[in-house]
Every structure is written in structure tokens, then in C-alpha cells.
Design a protein around this ligand. Structure first.
Ligand SMILES: [Mn+2]
Length: 266
């Protein structure tokens, strides 16, 4: 049985690398369908494949399934990211029914306009650090366990307590700041493009943010979070997680939530 959506947005799949959660993505693409499928960049990790390619049968099946969808009535739009930037040379072309675009404006069922791009254009503004990106909220529990382990060992060696947790937390706070800055940059971009919202990926952090009537949507990734942005047939935008137990992570906020992002100072 398939779940029907009006539109699906996925990004940061990193096909061709070991990190790609291909099994879950293949399951998602098999069990869902939609009128419009947006591939919002870093789909095939050509950058990483130059060093070491890991391209399995499942990776191949994902590509052929997307091509099949394009052949059988799904509108497929491919917006290359920084890891598949090679395809930016093909912008404006249509390959096997897949339209390659640098960015796009998507009109939702309720008539709102969303600017769609991968999001790496904000790297210069937010000064991305890949180490910060690797540390998220999820690392918190692990961090505390490591802290205990480090200090247990230090005690045995007769060394004083050292807060590994504090050391990592400082990095986590920086990661949060980075994410907030990225989100703010995208919201500002929505304002300057005079649209209602911004849809992107790139930072592997699925989220909705609403500010000054503009909606930021990040579809997440298929490396760690296995998430997609979907628009239902009724026109509701949701972020969904798809592994053994698919579920909704968040629905678009109905009202503006309190959110204080620090202004960009550099
Ligand atoms: Mn990227």
C-alpha cells in the first residue's frame, strides 16, 4: 500500500557512500508516491566517490526507482548541492524526464510560494564547521556516558576531575548557534526573494521555523535522520521520519513560535 502526497522533498542522500541509509530510503520511495518529487541536493555524493565509492545494488535501485517515477507521471526536479555540484553544469536540461535546476519556486496547494535550494549558498554567511555539524543534541547522552568513563579512568590514575561534558557542550552550543544562523539566513533570503518560505537541506537538521510570516523548512537527510518534507493532499506540510517505524517529526507551525536567533555578527 502506498501513501500519497502532493509533494515530497528529500536531500542529503549521499548515494555512493557507506553513510547513505539506502535501505530506508528505498522503502520510503517504494511505499510513497507524489505529484512532485524534489531532490534538494547532495543526492549522489560525487565528491566523496572520487576518493572512495560505495555504490551498492540498493543505491542503483534508488536511482532506477526515481527514474521510473519520472517516466510514469511524477514531476521530478533535481536541484544539485555542493556534493553533486557537477550537475550544476547541466542546469536547464532535462535528463530522463528529470528537470535539473539551480533553484526553484514551489507553489504549495494553498498558494504559498517557497524558494527551493540546497542551502550551501549560506556557508559563507554562517561559516560552517563540519565538526560542529557532527555533534548534535543526540550526542548528549553519549557525551555524559563518556564523561563518566573519562573521569572514572582519571580517578584510577589519580588525576583530578575534568569536565569532558563541559568541553563537548561548548561545541554543542556552537552547533546550535550555527543551525540558528543558517535558519535565519534562509528566512532572510525568503524575504529578499519576496516569497512565503524557504525549503532547503544541507545541514542535516530537519526543522520548521517561522519568523515574520516566513516559513523555513529543512527536509533533513538520509545519512542519519532519514527524514523528508512532505505536503499532504490537504496541503499540510510535515517532516516525517522513515525507518522501521515511520512517524511524523513535526507539522508546520500554525502560529509564530518564540525563537531568538542571534544576529549574524561576522
Ligand atoms: Mn550539502
Amino acid at each position: 500500500m502506498q501513501t500519497h502526497y502532493h509533494a515530497i522533498f528529500i536531500s542529503d542522500v549521499h548515494l555512493g557512500t557507506r553513510a547513505c541509509q539506502a535501505q530506508h530510503l528505498l522503502d520510503f520511495l517504494t511505499k510513497t508516491d507524489c505529484e512532485t518529487l524534489y531532490l534538494v541536493g547532495d543526492i549522489i555524493d560525487l565528491q566523496e566517490m572520487k576518493k572512495k565509492a560505495h555504490f551498492t545494488e540498493e543505491h542503483r535501485k534508488i536511482i532506477s526507482l526515481i527514474m521510473k517515477k519520472a517516466r510514469t507521471g511524477t514531476k521530478v526536479i533535481y536541484i544539485p548541492g555542493n556534493h553533486d555540484a557537477f550537475f550544476r553544469q547541466l542546469v536547464g536540461q532535462s535528463i530522463a524526464g528529470i528537470d535539473i535546476k539551480l533553484n526553484d519556486v514551489y507553489t504549495s496547494l494553498d498558494g504559498r510560494q517557497f524558494y527551493v535550494s540546497h542551502g550551501d549558498e549560506f556557508d559563507q554567511i554562517v561559516k560552517v564547521s563540519p565538526i560542529l555539524l557532527a555533534i548534535g543534541d543526540r550526542a548528549h547522552g553519549l557525551m555524559l556516558r563518556l564523561n563518566n568513563w573519562v573521569n572514572g579512568t582519571r580517578k584510577l590514575l589519580g588525576l583530578p576531575y575534568w569536565s569532558f561534558a563541559h568541553y563537548l557542550k561548548r561545541h554543542i552550543n556552537k552547533a546550535k548557534q550555527f543551525i540558528a544562523r543558517f535558519e535565519l539566513a534562509a528566512l532572510k533570503s525568503a524575504e529578499s526573494h519576496n516569497v512565503d518560505g524557504f525549503i532547503c537541506g544541507h545541514i542535516h537538521f530537519a526543522a520548521f521555523r517561522q519568523q515574520n510570516g516566513k516559513l523555513y523548512c529543512n527536509d533533513g537527510d538520509w545519512v542519519e535522520n532519514c527524514s523528508a518534507l512532505v505536503e499532504s493532499k490537504q496541503g499540510t506540510l510535515s517532516l516525517i521520519h522513515w525507518t522501521e517505524n515511520p512517524h511524523t517529526i513535526a507539522q508546520e507551525p500554525a502560529i509564530e513560535t518564540e525563537w531568538n536567533a542571534k544576529p549574524i555578527t561576522h
